[in-house]
Write a protein that binds this ligand. Structure first.
Ligand code: CA
Length: 258
């Protein structure tokens, strides 16, 4: 199960409980924190997909919590919906200026909150997917994200999810060397207990699987002391498209009329 995780940082227990109850009813996985410090700790533990943050908190207030969330790498881009009892326009403007994704004034209607949460999460998803090509083609290698399939010389090469993501990440960062840490971040991101060596292990397995059919083509270079880089193939049409062109380049030259 891959439920979207929502962290609620709210000192009023009944409001927090009401939100949590309704969020789980809607199929989300809510976490509740009643003070800022706990909220920050939970955000590091659970990597929420969205944070609902009350501004009026005892001790560390919501503004401070928000700044800390933005400072941490894991939560720097996590959507935040601010919640406050004050219908203060200045607060709202400041919140949105600081980069909050939405701002809800108490008392709120549950329906409104749920609708806003859905909107913010949907926006986040479409931003994540934007610019991610459906098909990546290089030499005999073809990565089809839509079908979650990798072929080498036209033959399907079964990969695990991590291997697929690793290859896709490298291939969509052509020419760029990615460090182990960066790859861990991009491929394994949310998972815990993954160490840099994991990247090496997966690269080794990935190379072994791809080399079965790739002949003289090698797709992943080791850049010593730095990390890994996708290797462009000499005959590469460098097609990163949404499918049609990449498909064309897999046809024999004759059929392309070239
Ligand atoms: Ca409060």
């Amino acid at each position: 199960m891959n439920l979207e995780k929502i962290l609620i940082i709210e000192d009023e227990h009944d409001v927090a409980d009401l939100l949590a109850y309704n969020l789980s009813k809607e199929g989300y996985q809510p976490f509740v924190a009643h003070v800022g410090v706990t909220g920050l700790r939970r955000s590091q533990e659970f990597h929420p997909d969205l944070v609902i943050l009350d501004l009026m908190l005892p001790g560390m207030d919501g503004w401070e919590v928000f700044r800390c969330l933005r400072k941490e790498r894991e939560t720097a881009h996590t959507p935040v919906i601010m919640l406050t009892a004050r219908g203060d326009e200045a607060d709202k403007v400041l919140g949105l200026e600081l980069g909050a994704d939405d701002y809800i004034t108490k008392p709120f209607s549950l329906r409104e909150v749920m609708a806003r949460i859905k909107t913010v999460l949907r926006r986040k998803d479409s931003e994540k997917d934007r610019g991610r090509p459906e098909v990546v083609q290089s030499g005999q290698l073809r990565i089809d994200r839509g079908r979650f399939e990798v072929t080498v010389a036209g033959k399907v090469t079964p990969l695990t999810t991590s291997e697929f993501e690793l290859l896709y990440t490298l291939a969509t960062n052509r020419g760029r060397v990615l460090s182990r840490d960066r790859l861990l971040d991009l491929v394994w991101g949310q998972e815990e207990f993954v160490e840099p060596r994991t990247v090496d292990v997966h690269i080794t397995r990935l190379r072994a699987k791809l080399s079965e059919r790739s002949g003289s083509e090698h797709y992943v270079d080791t850049v010593r002391g730095v990390g890994y880089r996708f290797r462009e193939q000499p005959t590469d049409c460098a097609t990163i498209t949404n499918g049609s062109q990449a498909h064309l380049s897999t046809l024999p030259r004759r059929q392309r009329g070239g």
